[in-house]
Design a protein around this ligand. Structure first.
Ligand code: TYD
Length: 137
């Protein structure tokens, strides 16, 4: 099952006896222009990050090291994506609720976003999110 709008994207992987290389570019491997990149690390066992939706921001989320789950919700059902490869990421469109959980020790999250940081883009209340989703229909 998927929400149809999100997707796992496999990045190119250039294998080399000196080590592997992967990359992504605006509008090529990922379907938006990157305006911002941020990292999450040092997450204590049992902690969660996220727990909100974005009105406009689209994101691409990679487990650069370790593993964690990205839980997406459309307001009705949840889908869990487990990320644990540095050459694979999850594209998350705007207007899906998302939280990150189940972090392994030493996990390192890389997130690229289609917009600059804007607190007004956050929907932090799940009921508000459901209301806005229903208005979109
Ligand atoms: P937030 O996105 O709320 O983290 P989480 O959803 O994982 O709980 O961000 C936490 C804090 O970091 C918040 O005070 C805003 C700040 N922040 C920035 O200044 N720039 C950014 O790009 C991000 C993602 C967060």
């Amino acid at each position: 099952m998927t929400f149809k709008t999100e997707k796992i994207i496999s990045l190119p992987k250039i294998l080399d006896k000196r080590g592997n290389l992967s990359f992504f570019e605006n509008d090529k491997q990922i379907p938006f222009k990157i305006k911002r990149t941020y990292l999450i690390n040092n997450v204590p066992g049992g902690e969660e990050r996220g727990g909100h939706a974005f009105k406009k921001s689209q994101e691409f989320i990679i487990a650069l090291s370790g593993s964690f789950d990205v839980v997406l919700s459309d307001g009705e059902k949840e889908i869990i994506y487990s990320l644990n490869r540095s050459y694979q990421g999850l594209y998350v469109p705007n207007m899906l609720w998302r939280r990150l959980e189940n972090f392994s020790t030493n996990s390192l999250v890389l997130i690229t976003s289609s917009i600059a940081y804007d607190d007004n883009d956050y929907i932090r209340d799940f009921i508000d999110f459901k209301t806005l989703r229903n208005e979109e229909k």
